[in-house]
Design a protein around this ligand. Structure first.
Ligand code: GUN
Length: 282
């Protein structure tokens, strides 16, 4: 069997067109959704990510502010910037790009962001809202994965979903979102004894470890849906995911590619969250 591809670029285009239309509608009411992105230091990957986020704002008609600060910025200075943006009525979403330099406590900075502007969904108030099913911002990457499952009309009720990885940004919120859609959810991680025994039972597998070839064809039940959150480099320096794509695509029913899968969806859901923040503050 050859799996069907879930195309994150195509789905992103569709969703961003809807965002653009809603931005246009808000503008007629005198509101332009605004995102502030703070980058501290010179991390090359972070520089690419923030550039893509700002460009996505421009493409969808949103206002954006990119603040670049040197790695020597103090925690107090960063907290002061967050406070100023919390009070800025033209800003509906605040994103502090991670990782931060070691001398800054990232969690402290995240908790300083107003939950009403926490479009990354990393604040404990956002995490608590997700856990209890209350309204709040969902972290963009797992939210994008849910949209990909929705795009193929996949009904998660009673299905077994296996999430590989337990980070606060992807694995844990992913599991909660799948649970909210009535899947039976297993979270696997570095201490899991027999990963293959778990994944072979799965109707849906989300790989979010950050390591190549975590999931190979022999670990996948025929017809399963495989979502690859990984962003790694292979020996030739080419972008690749956590899934052995060439092998797994012969077994899975659906699979997301890397690049062109979850990656573009993450930024798309950031646009959705920022737009919805502006709609809520209306
Ligand atoms: N660093 C890597 N991914 C992300 C993300 O989604 N948000 C933030 N703020 N930093 C990141």
């Amino acid at each position: 069997m050859t799996a069907q591809l879930i195309d994150g670029n195509a789905l992103s285009r569709q969703l961003r067109a809807d965002v653009s239309a809603r931005v246009t509608a808000l503008k007629t009411q005198g509101i332009t959704p605004g995102l502030a992105v703070i980058l501290v230091g010179e991390n090359p990957a972070s520089q690419v990510y923030v550039r893509n986020k700002v460009k996505a704002c421009e493409d969808t008609g949103m206002h954006s502010v990119l603040e670049r600060w040197p790695a020597t910025m103090t925690e107090a200075e960063l907290l002061a910037r967050v406070e100023a943006l919390n009070a800025d009525a033209t800003i509906h979403g605040i994103l502090v790009q991670l990782p931060l330099p070691a001398h800054i406590d990232a969690q402290k900075v995240i908790e300083a962001i107003s939950p009403a502007k926490d479009v990354d969904g990393f604040h404990i108030a956002s995490a608590g809202a997700l856990m209890t099913g209350m309204p709040g911002f969902w972290p963009c990457t797992p939210y994008g994965c849910m949209k990909m499952l929705e795009s193929i009309g996949y009904d998660l009720k009673g299905k077994h979903a296996v999430v590989i990885g337990r980070s606060n940004i992807v694995g844990k919120p992913m599991a909660l979102m799948l649970l909210q859609k009535n899947a039976t959810v297993t979270i696997c991680h570095s201490a899991t004894k027999d990963l293959k025994a778990m994944t072979l039972q799965a109707d849906v597998i989300v790989a979010a470890v950050g390591k190549r070839n975590v999931l190979t064809a022999d670990m996948v039940k025929p017809g399963a849906v495989v979502i690859d959150v990984g962003m790694n480099r292979n020996d030739e320096g080419k972008l690749c995911g956590d899934v052995d794509f060439e092998g797994v695509k012969e077994v899975a029913g659906y699979i997301t590619p890397v690049p062109g899968g979850v990656g573009p969806m993450t930024i798309t859901m950031l646009m959705v969250n920022t737009l919805e923040s502006a709609e809520r503050m209306k």
